[in-house]
Design a protein around this ligand. Structure first.
Ligand code: PLP
Length: 436
């Protein structure tokens, strides 16, 4: 019963510092959030001690009567939160996180080497949607994610000028490639998904349609984004981004004669995972209770307003935002006009206690040298930031990019030299003081 502070002061100290880092600075990573005390209580509870392989009521371990109730509660709330009828949709809440959830769908519904089309990583897709790197010099391509190792993947892209999914090209490519599965959803896409168009393309080719709503699952639960359940066969998600729960994953599947229920449940366990993390499932269950409150809807509305305010302010300061703005919780800021790479912007922001991440923007040729940064509003909106606060953040970011340009002029193009020049720089200190 010794608390961590006494049992392991060194580790306790690191965690306290991390807590301090998260709350002191400006947290703008689009996939991060601050989860509630109730969720943290579940994560640090006795549920973490329990093995419960199998499904509620059919476990491979004894003593599962209480954790059965936890998992059933979580499943019921998950369906309720997305307004799904239990006779039409089922859900598996056991995936350890978003990547295992996606791979479980592929494992359950596809055969090895079946074909998948997902949004390309440099266009804002996720690694688990299939990704290769290409070597022009050697004329080779290398599968980077297990999705492209075990399946054949042909990515679709955003249009380099509009920044929107190039549906016409996807339609042409799908007609030739004949994918078994089309994946919509992404990690860095700031606009609505045209599910109807995706469904049409899937139907033309006899493909299954899966939405990975990881980034926007909070917005979808509160009807602040379009409804993928109307058109998709399967919907996967993480639970820790805009949904603001613990790190975990969920898979929703249509219930019909195709028996996705058995295929997906068996893919999760025993094919890919062992015992479910009951403490995470408890955390998801309690978060889903919050998701169904009017306050959570208000939170999502404010998140969208804040992302729009940030986008508008940066635009008014002369900056270039991919697709001309945002319809959700994030923006992609194209830094190419400033000749500053996303990596340098990420580094200087870190030095100023502003946390964001380098990201490809439409028109980038390679994911290795991203030309911009991704900025999200969910975390700071949890901290009650409003539009005027996000405008102030935009002003700080404007100062930061200008300082990056100045520093780069002296340090030269290498990231290492640029980073060295940040140390002790008075401009960096001034911005950091203002952030703090
Ligand atoms: N899917 C999308 C769209 C994501 O953005 C992410 C993570 O960023 C994942 C899946 C993977 O989630 P995890 O990191 O929990 O495995």
């Amino acid at each position: 019963l010794t608390p961590l502070s006494e049992h392991d002061p060194a580790l306790y100290d690191i965690i306290e510092r991390e807590k301090n880092r998260q709350w002191r600075g400006l947290e703008l990573i689009a996939s991060e959030n601050f989860t509630s005390k109730a969720v943290i209580d579940c994560l640090g509870s006795a549920l973490t001690n329990k093995y419960a392989e199998g499904m509620p009521g059919a476990r491979y371990y004894g003593g599962a009567e209480e954790v059965d109730k936890v998992e059933v509660l979580c499943m019921e709330r998950a369906l309720q939160a997305y307004r799904l009828k239990p006779e039409e949709w089922g859900v598996n809440v056991q995936p350890y996180s978003g990547s295992p959830a996606n791979f479980a769908v592929y494992t359950g519904l596809l055969k090895p080497h079946d074909r998948i089309m997902g949004l390309d990583l440099p266009s804002g897709g996720h690694l688990t949607h299939g990704f290769y790197t290409y070597s022009k010099k050697e004329g080779t391509r290398k599968a980077v994610s297990a999705t492209s190792v075990y399946f054949e993947s042909l990515p679709y892209r955003v249009h380099p000028e509009t920044g929107l999914v190039d549906y016409d090209q996807l339609q042409r490519d799908a007609a030739l490639f004949k994918p078994a599965l089309i994946v919509c959803g992404g990690s860095a896409y700031s606009r609505e998904w045209d599910y109807k168009r995706f469904r049409e393309i899937a139907d033309e080719n006899g493909s299954l349609l899966m939405m990975d709503m990881a980034h926007i699952s909070g917005l979808i639960a509160t009807e602040e984004q379009g409804n993928p359940f109307e058109y998709c066969d399967v919907v996967t998600t993480t639970t820790h981004k805009s949904l603001r729960g613990p790190r975990a994953g969920m898979i929703f599947y249509k219930k019909d004669s195709r028996d996705f229920e058995t295929k997906i449940n068996q893919a999760v366990f025993p094919a890919l995972q062992g015992g479910p993390h009951m403490h995470q499932i408890g955390g998801v269950a309690t978060q889903l209770l919050e998701v169904m409150t009017p306050e959570f809807k208000e939170y999502q509305i404010q998140t969208k307003k804040n992302a729009a305010a940030l986008s508008d302010k940066l635009t008014s300061l002369g900056h270039s935002i991919a697709s001309g703005g945002t319809s959700n919780h994030l923006i992609l800021w194209d830094l190419k006009p400033h000749k500053v790479t996303g990596s340098k912007m990420e580094k200087i922001c870190d030095a100023c206690n502003i946390t964001l991440n380098k990201n490809c923007v439409p028109g980038d040729r390679s994911a290795i040298t991203p030309g911009g940064v991704r900025i999200g509003a969910p975390a700071l909106t949890t901290r009650k930031f409003l539009e005027s606060d996000f405008e102030a953040v935009a002003v700080l970011l404007d100062r930061t990019v200008k300082l990056a340009q100045e520093i780069q002029e002296k340090s030269g193009p290498k990231l290492k030299d640029f980073q060295a020049a940040l140390i002790g720089n008075p401009g960096v200190k001034a911005i950091k003081d203002d952030v703090n």
